[in-house]
Design a protein around this ligand. Sequence first.
Ligand code: ATP
Ligand code: MG
Length: 254
Amino acid sequence: METEDNSAIDVTHPRYESLMRRKRLVDGYKQGIVVSEGLIAHGRGEMFDYLLGETTLPVSLISERVAAAALSIANRSVISVNGNVAALCPEDVVNLSDIIHATIEVNLFHWNEERASKIKQVLLGNGAKEVLSENPDKSLEGVHHDRGKCHSEGIFSADAVLIPLEDGDRTEALSKMGKVVISIDLNPLSRTSLAASISIVDELTRAIPNIIGFSKEFVGKPDEAKEMLKSYDNVLNLRAVYGSIAARFEKLSE
Ligand code: ATP
Ligand code: MG
């Protein structure tokens, strides 16, 4: 498959969006933003997207709406960005952070100051005013490795964190710290999806624009947002995701 430039990807290809995502990741890899493990993680996500039918499930629209509600009423919300996220949709991340007044923080599973700095530059280049990145001064409780690194003004002290494509270990640590943890992960069986408070099972570049749309609806409506959050049950929502996938396979097997 050609991936050297845009012209190599045919816009009429039925999976054009998917090919473009791969291209963005490969470009990010060449720029030193994405690590090779990130490419593998993307492949795992793609596999689950096939199971979903490469579309947002109606039940995921619910978790995306609830995520917008939770973020809109948080005292301190943070969007956590890794290499894949920066390569796939930096503009959307910045847009969302503006609407919900969230801090953007670079969080890397494979910590590297130089890569963190490059990711920050990408976000600043896409309009971010401030990005927490190099020199993290804290560690997530219970995660004593480099991968626990974070900022005291960022996810360490936040009450709500949006963690797209996060590792299960860190998600569990954030949940134990008592935060509202909102994951975006195509794998409904991952430890991340199981440990989050609001598990969005959807593709990142579909999920973030949806959350942006819902966030606009909650501006100036904290009571509505609180109600929405109160009535949400993440276990039931995850079960509905499993049910949707099972129903799709039932139908295909008829
Ligand atoms: P866990 O650590 O939660 O048990 P894992 O080890 O399989 O899961 P990680 O590599 O830690 O996964 O995290 C990456 C996750 O991101 C994967 O579960 C993958 O399904 C998901 N993922 C990758 N690309 C995307 C994407 N574009 N949109 C949504 N999810 C994605
Ligand atoms: Mg993992």
